[in-house]
Ligand binder design. Structure first.
Ligand SMILES: [Zn+2]
Length: 330
C-alpha cells in the first residue's frame, strides 16, 4: 500500500456540463470520485473555484492529503496546448479563454499539474485501461452533445503543432450545413451529434410531421432529447427511426473520412448518443463501408468504449502519471 500511495494521481475531467474528479491508482482503479455541475456560464474565477472545491472533496473522501498524491491531470474541454499548459478556448466554457489552467491549478492545489484535452484524455484512458489496451493506432470518438476525438498513433496521443489536433467533430461534412458553435458551417457535429438529432426532430415536429415523439416528452418540445427519440423509435415511431438512421448516416460519412486518413486498427466509440446502439451504428458502419477504401475498412474494428463516462477522468490521471515518469527519467 505504501508503494501505491506514492503513485496515486488525481484526475479531473472538466466538461461543459460536469466536473468529474477522481483519485486513481496506476492500475486505473478509482479510490474516490466526485461529480459536480460545471458553472459553465460563469466567469473564470467561479469555474476555477469549482475545480478546486471538487479536488478538496475527493481528497477528503479518500482520506488523503494532497501530499499523498503524486500529480494532477486535468482533461479540459476545448483547444489547449498541453506543453504550455494553456487552454486557448472552450466553446462550452466561454469564461475560460487563454487561461494558464495548468499553472493556476498547480498553485491553488500545491501539486504538479498536467493539462490535456478532454477527448485526448478519454482516448488515453481507453488505451491504458479500457477497450484499446495495447492497440498502437486507434481513434477514440465520443458521440455526445458534440463530437470529440482523440487520435493515438504508435501508442502516443497525436496533438499536432500547437496541441489542437483531434478536433474531428469540426471536420466539414456539408459546406452549406448548419452553423456550428465553432463558427464554421456543416461540421461533423452539426450533423451527427445528439444536438443535431434533437434539432432535426424539433424541426420536423414543428412542421407537423406525424409522430409520437412528443408522447415521450410529456408533450414538451423542449424536452425532446436523443433518449426521448430513441424511446419513440423503439416503439416503432417512423419519424424517430428515420431521424436516428439519418444521424447514423452522417456518423458513417465522418467515419469513412477518418478511416481513409488514418487507416486505424481500431475505432473506439463512446459518448451518450452511442448508447442508442445498432439503430444508429448499423447505418453508420454501412455508409462507412460504402465510402471508405475497401481494404482500410476491412482492416478496422469498431468497439464500444470500455470505461464509459470514466474514460476522461482515468485518462487525465494516467496522463499525470506518465508526465511524472517522464520528469523522473529526464
Ligand atoms: Zn465546428
Amino acid at each position: 500500500m505504501a508503494e501505491d500511495m506514492r503513485t496515486l494521481a488525481m484526475g479531473i475531467d472538466l466538461g461543459g456540463s460536469k466536473i468529474l474528479t477522481a483519485i486513481v491508482d496506476p492500475q486505473g482503479r478509482m479510490l474516490a470520485s466526485d461529480e459536480s455541475v460545471t458553472p459553465a456560464a460563469k466567469e473564470r474565477e467561479a469555474i476555477i473555484q469549482s475545480i478546486v472545491d471538487s479536488a478538496h472533496r475527493v481528497l477528503e473522501q479518500a482520506a488523503l492529503a494532497i501530499s499523498e498524491v503524486c500529480a494532477i491531470g486535468i482533461g479540459a474541454a476545448g483547444i489547449s496546448n498541453p506543453e504550455a499548459g494553456v487552454l486557448f478556448s472552450s466553446p462550452n466554457l466561454p469564461g475560460l479563454r487563454n487561461v494558464l489552467l495548468r499553472d493556476i491549478m498547480q498553485e491553488k492545489l500545491g501539486k504538479k499539474t498536467f493539462l490535456i484535452n478532454d477527448a485526448d484524455a478519454a482516448a488515453l484512458g481507453e488505451f491504458c485501461f479500457g477497450a484499446a489496451k495495447g492497440v498502437g493506432d486507434f481513434i477514440y470518438i465520443t458521440l455526445s452533445t458534440g463530437i470529440g476525438g482523440g487520435i493515438i498513433i504508435d501508442g502516443k496521443i497525436y496533438t499536432g503543432a500547437i496541441g489542437a489536433a483531434g478536433e474531428i467533430g469540426h471536420m466539414t461534412i456539408d459546406d452549406n450545413g448548419p452553423v456550428c458553435n465553432c463558427g464554421n458551417r456543416g461540421c461533423w457535429e452539426t450533423l451527427a451529434s445528439g444536438t443535431a438529432l434533437t434539432r432535426e426532430a424539433r424541426k420536423r415536429i414543428e412542421k407537423g410531421t406525424r409522430t409520437h415523439i412528443l408522447e415521450y416528452s410529456q408533450g414538451d418540445i423542449e424536452e425532446v432529447t436523443p433518449e426521448v427519440i430513441h424511446s419513440a423509435a423503439q416503439q416503432g415511431d417512423s419519424l424517430a427511426k428515420e431521424l436516428i438512421a439519418r444521424t447514423g448516416y452522417y456518423v458513417g460519412v465522418g467515419l469513412a473520412n477518418l478511416i481513409n486518413i488514418f487507416n486505424p486498427d481500431l475505432i473506439v466509440i463512446g459518448g451518450g448518443l452511442s448508447n442508442i446502439g445498432d439503430m444508429l451504428l448499423k447505418p453508420a458502419f454501412k455508409v462507412a463501408g460504402e465510402r471508405a477504401f475497401k481494404e482500410a475498412f476491412q482492416a478496422v474494428r469498431f468497439v464500444s468504449a470500455g470505461l464509459g463516462r470514466n474514460s476522461g477522468v482515468l485518462g487525465a490521471a494516467a496522463f499525470a502519471l506518465q508526465g511524472m515518469r517522464k520528469l523522473v527519467s529526464k
